[in-house]
Design a binder for this molecule. Structure first.
Ligand code: FE
Length: 396
């Protein structure tokens, strides 16, 4: 048996934020990030629409990038006191991810973080509140997915929470919010979306329902991301839809080891975080080379190459063309080739090598590894990570 879960309603297109007027409920908590939604006036608009809907509104502001366990607990406590029947999360992936986890602790104050991190083990939600997600970046697609990434800073680990209970009830995909994205964020989130679509397409859990979403997302991102990066707002609007389509695919087909590696390298080093989308962009070409040693995966990468018209006759040529195209996209978006070059070399080589066995072990154990078409051994994962550090091609 298969299943396929999406939000019940999705509103898209410019001005769709106004749909908040039509929610029915008594109290809403609006969860937002560091201030761009406020600065650009979207937060005020959202609050006013909710008030028009007859709701009392409280704000939970300043969710940090890569939200922490502490922020989640603080938000849940606030919700337990205010007792909202709607949680409206607005902004980049971080406030929406944080709000999803707050939702679980709001409905089940007795649950523990340790219980929630076991994939697909959430208690039944929606006994107290429903969830509306409004993304302002075009990448994570958390507005349609069953995932949330929360960081435990004490342990230096990112936990990808996964359960269809946290797939939002409503997604509002209004491209006006994404038009405010700075250039670098546009590049990183866009390649995150590309990685979602490609990993979903070759995932061992892909199906007839996820394939068309993944392929079309890849085609749109390939066509529009660079233009969006260069400030073409029509392309920017398309990217907002494309990343959402990719999200619908990967929420159901799951991901692969590009994400396993990005999750476990993200907060592991003292020099600084490796931004999620940028990590994916750097690792993706190497993982394609690694996975393509499995015949079925190679065939599917070749299908992607065909679908976006990259040429080539044999499967091998088509896979190589796809790898080259991803590298070319990264270059055009000013994304570094490897971890060594990341942010002028903030990730120390010695520290990277010292932590390599542990990071590799954690990456293999990541929730995204199970659906990758090839399961790496410890030695292979270490080699993969090393290749991502130095920007080498994979041939094993
Ligand atoms: Fe991602």
């Amino acid at each position: 048996m298969g299943s396929f879960t999406l939000p019940r309603d999705l509103y898209q297109g410019k001005g769709s934020l106004e749909e908040l007027k039509n929610l029915t409920g008594k109290k809403a908590v609006v969860v937002v990030g560091g201030g761009s939604m406020k600065r650009f006036g979207f937060l005020d608009r959202a609050v006013n629409y909710l008030k028009e809907a007859g709701m009392e509104v409280q704000l939970f502001e300043n969710v940090e990038p890569d939200p922490s366990v502490e922020t989640v607990m603080k938000g849940a406590k606030m919700m337990q006191e205010f007792e909202p029947d709607w949680i409206v999360a607005m902004g980049g992936g971080s406030p929406i991810d944080a709000a999803k986890a707050m939702w679980a602790f709001y409905e089940y104050p007795e649950t523990t973080f340790e219980q929630l991190i076991t994939p697909f083990s959430f208690p039944t939600l929606r006994t107290k509140a429903k969830f509306c997600a409004i993304p302002s970046t075009s990448g994570t697609a958390t507005e349609v997915t069953a995932f949330s990434v929360i960081t435990d800073y004490e342990k230096g680990i990112k936990y990808p929470l996964a359960d269809f209970n946290i797939t939002p009830d409503i997604a509002i995909v209004d491209p006006e919010l994404a038009e405010t994205m700075p250039k670098k964020l546009t590049a990183h989130t866009g390649m995150d979306a590309m990685t979602h679509a490609i990993e979903a397409y070759v995932s061992t859990l892909h199906c007839n329902y996820t394939d068309p979403l993944a392929l079309h997302a890849i085609k749109m991102i390939h066509r529009d991301l660079k233009k969006s990066y260069d400030g073409d707002m029509e392309a920017r609007d398309n990217m907002h839809d494309a990343q959402c389509l990719a999200g619908m695919a990967f929420s159901n087909a799951l991901l692969g080891i590009v994400h396993s590696m990005a999750h476990k390298t993200g907060a592991a080093y003292t020099g600084g975080h490796i931004v999620h989308g940028c990590a994916n962009a750097m690792y993706l070409p190497r993982v394609i080379q690694y996975n393509a040693k499995v015949e079925e995966a190679a065939k599917r990468y070749a299908e992607i190459a065909d679908f976006i018209g990259l040429g080539g006759t044999t499967t091998e040529e088509k896979v190589a063309a796809l790898v080259a195209e991803i590298k070319k996209m990264n270059d055009s978006l000013d994304i570094p080739k490897c971890i060594k070059e990341y942010e002028g070399g903030i990730i120390d080589e010695k520290e990277f090598m010292e932590k390599l066995p542990k990071v590799a072990e954690l990456a293999i154990g990541d929730a995204c590894t199970g659906s990758n078409p090839r399961i790496p051994t410890q030695e292979e994962m270490e080699k993969l990570l090393k290749a991502c550090y130095y920007g080498e091609d994979i041939n094993f």
